[in-house]
Ligand binder design. Structure first.
Ligand code: AVJ
Length: 325
């Protein structure tokens, strides 16, 4: 029977099992939430690409400017002799990193790039694209969890390396968790290894609010897409029409939060569970934390890193900080 075998598949697939457990854990809380790392399925990747190109989402353009215009200053900071080993957590399509990589391959003999990403779709795209544009580059990608990827690399040997964690991905963690993340990341590094981390800075709150509530409704679709994904992969029966996207930036804490709001009281069915929604009840979907420069310095010192250099865009909206382990 079709339905039965479909259920069997989803319950035996370890990926879907983790997804299901994470989803249930979030939806059973009094304040419901969903993990934003599940945004990135094939459709989510496409939507995020579109967000990166929309007029309100300034982050990508700021960081692209830094990597393009300051690559000559960055290159010597990430190289050691003739060899360069770059690891990138959440590499995405690698289009921003391209500028730095291009500069590196034309100046250094052996440049190895280890992109790590949760999305297998985007890694395939990256390999094809960068392999084509930069044939001299050695690419060795890892699909999966960041720390599993770092552990796998650590096993391969002890070449000095630089870990890139760009695009304000660190902003998807609350501040305390980001601190723990940096400590854990440092545990995979040797003395002298470096990290380059992208932070979005605190700025005019309206600019931030607009970046997460774009006119074209892409961020809305990006959030709603997770409901669609749960329907497809977890056999849930979310009605996308019954939810609206809402985003709130709190300038006091620098935290931008995205929610889905249930527009009616209703119950959503999963194969083995049901989740009740009150009218107006929220699902917390994502945090995007914004930082003061002083908070970034504090994070370095609290996590055992030594700040080396800070790279900023012309408007001073975004930074890529280079820290040494
Ligand atoms: C990929 C985590 C950096 O939080 O700015 C964009 C994701 N969410 N619009 C961010 C996102 C809504 C993005 N990061």
């Amino acid at each position: 029977m079709y339905m039965l075998s479909k259920r069997d598949d989803s319950s035996t697939s370890p990926v879907n099992r983790n997804f299901y457990d994470d989803v249930m854990c979030g939806l059973r809380q009094t304040e419901k939430s969903l993990p934003s790392k599940y945004f990135y399925d094939a459709q989510g990747d496409v939507l995020f690409q579109q967000i990166m190109h929309c007029p309100e989402y300034y982050l990508t353009r700021c960081e692209e400017e830094i990597l393009r215009e300051q690559r000559e200053d960055l290159a010597p900071c990430v190289s050691l002799g003739d060899d360069v080993t770059l690891v990138e957590l959440g590499a995405g399509d690698g289009s921003k990193t391209f500028h730095l990589l291009q500069c590196l391959v034309s100046n250094y003999k052996h440049v190895t790039y280890h992109p790590i990403d949760i999305s297998s779709h985007i890694l395939k795209h990256l390999e094809a694209d960068l392999g084509n544009k930069l044939p001299e580059l050695s690419i060795d990608s890892y699909h999966g969890d960041y720390f599993e990827g770092l552990a796998a690399l650590q096993q391969q040997g002890h070449t000095p390396k630089v870990v890139l964690f760009l695009g304000a991905n660190i902003g998807n963690m609350p501040k305390a968790e980001a601190m723990q993340f940096c400590i854990r990341m440092r545990s995979f590094l040797n003395k002298g290894d470096k990290v380059l981390i992208g932070f979005d800075l605190v700025k005019n709150p309206r600019i931030i609010q607009a970046a997460y509530d774009d006119e074209a409704g892409l961020t809305r679709r990006f959030n709603i897409n997770l409901l669609t994904r749960m329907n497809r992969e977890l056999d849930a029966d979310f009605n996308e029409e019954l939810f609206e996207h809402y985003c709130h930036y709190d300038p006091t804490s620098g935290t931008c939060s995205s929610y889905l709001v249930s527009l009616l009281e209703h119950t959503v069915l999963f194969p083995e569970d049901e989740i009740h929604f009150d009218k107006g009840e929220l699902i917390h979907m994502e945090v995007s934390q914004k930082y003061l420069p002083s908070e970034i310095d504090h994070m370095a010192s609290e996590t055992g890193f030594a700040p080396v250099k800070t790279f900023t865009d012309k408007r001073g909206w975004f930074v890529d900080v280079l820290w040494e382990a």
